[in-house]
Design a protein around this ligand. Structure first.
Ligand code: ATP
Ligand code: MG
Length: 455
């Protein structure tokens, strides 16, 4: 192994010593910066990153211990250099004090150059290890991030494991969970694990397509099947042959379509609209809903047979408020994601922000959390996410019930419009649901709709 080379800062008020140490260390291939006083050392440390600080203790303007103390206050442990103290009169106390403050080692003057080189080499090894550790910590974060599903709570870890196992099979999966809990994300993760992952996942949002068109969307039609069917069209099931079909919002299917879907699941065949000929299909079905299908079966609005055909492998995603330990890593994940997307640099999240986010109820679940973080990243002007930037809409409105603050006028109107637009989209245009998603009253929503002349 080649010896590590590093950037070293030598601080001593005696020029003779600085020169001697500098020479010896440069001869080893290190980059050496010299400082003649504590103040000068602080200036250097403020300007650039240093691997090892080699520091005399007794100097006219400040002691080595002072420098170490201030360094500890200014920089988090992972970003601090390794510290080596030099003491002329090895008072055990100052050496111990230095080690307590985080110095790695000390050298008693006068010392041999060889002794210095050994200690510096050890310090650089430590520093290297520290950056490896940081890398490993990042890797550990990745570990909680499978196919984009971030979660460290027990339920989410179990769910991720289940999704991985299920991915390898062709069994039908039913994903349930409130709006914004990540149902589509989990469906994509399952497909990404499957043998069909090279093929596209074919998605149908059953709630977004009018009933009259949905049948043709799913099964296709032949020419002349209905007025306006001037050509024949392949349906999504045919497109998904050999791959996976994701049937989103399955709870909105009409009885007729429920029966047709049941038939595909049972017989693996269907007829396009207006055709007599059935078509075979080999497709993996993943369905999702935010409705309680069991209750719908009881109420007679969802076919029992279809429910059991879909519910082969049930995956239930709990609401975010029931797994609050996921909130901090989700916040980190979304800050990272949106700073990349916006090209902004967020250096810190102010104290209390994560705590506030962790206590909120999140009726819109992870989607609402993501929107909140995205807004905060966009709004941030000082590289920080502060309490003000998360209290624009939603989070604060819940506790105060007041109309959102309009202090940050420059970006705020755009943010508000964007938020409302997305909430309406997520709620499929249902205003009450959109208001719930944002955690504001319907009255407040009406105010915004009028303000921005939506519709
Ligand atoms: N565990 C998670 N880790 C990372 N991102 C997540 C997680 N859960 C949800 N998200 C993100 O939140 C957003 C909403 O997720 P998704 O669309 O999958 O929710 P959904 O349950 O399908 O919601 P809806 O019922 O409203 O359709 C997406 O941007 C998704 O990437
Ligand atoms: Mg969805």
């Amino acid at each position: 192994m080649t010896a590590a080379r590093g950037t070293l800062l030598v601080v001593d008020d005696e020029q003779k010593i600085r020169r001697m140490l500098g020479q010896a260390l440069r001869a080893e291939g290190h980059e050496v910066i010299e400082a003649a006083s504590g103040r000068e050392a602080q200036r250097v440390l403020g300007e650039r990153s240093v691997d090892v600080l080699i520091c005399d203790n007794l100097m006219p303007d400040m002691t080595g211990l002072d420098i170490i103390r201030e360094l500890a206050a200014a920089l988090p442990g992972a970003e601090r250099p390794q510290i080596l103290m030099m003491t002329a009169h090895a008072t055990v106390e100052s050496a111990i004090e230095a080690m307590k403050l985080g110095a790695l080692d000390y050298l008693q003057k006068p010392f041999e150059v060889d002794e210095l080189l050994v200690v510096v080499r050890r310090a650089l090894d430590h520093q290297r290890l520290r950056s490896h550790q940081r890398y490993l910590l990042n890797e550990r974060d990745e570990e909680f991030n499978h196919y984009g599903i971030v979660g460290r709570s027990r339920v989410m870890q179990d769910l991720i494991r289940k999704a991985e196992l299920v991915g390898e099979t062709k069994s039908t999966v039913l994903i349930t969970g409130e709006t914004g809990t990540g149902k589509e994300l989990v469906a994509r993760a399952i497909h990404a694990r499957s043998a069909q992952r090279e093929m596209p996942l074919i998605k149908v949002n059953c709630a977004a397509i009018p009933e009259t068109l949905l049948e043709s969307e799913l099964f296709g039609h032949v020419r002349g099947a209905f007025t306006g069917a001037i050509t024949s069209k392949k349906g999504k099931f045919a497109l998904a042959d050999g791959s996976t079909i994701f049937l989103d919002e399955i709870g909105t299917l009409t009885p007729v379509l429920q029966s047709k879907l049941l038939r595909v699941l049972q017989e693996r065949e269907f007829e396009p609209l207006g055709s007599e000929r059935s078509q075979q299909v080999d497709v993996r079905v993943i369905a999702a809903t935010n409705r309680d299908l069991r209750q719908m079966v009881k109420d007679g609005t969802f076919q029992e047979d279809l429910f059991y055909r879909l519910n082969v492998i049930p995956i239930e995603i709990p609401p975010l408020r029931n797994r609050r330990e996921d909130i901090p890593i989700l916040v980190e994940h979304f800050v990272r994601k949106h700073q990349q997307r916006t090209g902004k640099r967020i250096e810190r999240i102010e104290d209390g922000v994560v705590a506030t986010l962790s206590t909120y109820e999140w009726p819109g679940n992870v989607r609402e959390l993501e929107n909140t973080i995205e807004r905060a990243v966009v709004l941030s002007t000082d590289g920080a996410i502060g309490a003000a930037s998360i209290s624009v809409l939603g989070v604060a409105a819940q506790s105060s019930n007041a109309l959102p603050s309009l202090k940050l006028r420059t970006n705020i109107e755009w943010i508000e419009q964007e938020t409302i637009k997305r909430a309406l989209e997520s709620a499929h245009g249902v205003k009450k649901d959109a208001a719930d998603l944002m955690g504001i009253s319907q009255r407040a929503l009406s105010y915004y709709l009028a303000k921005y002349k939506f519709q």
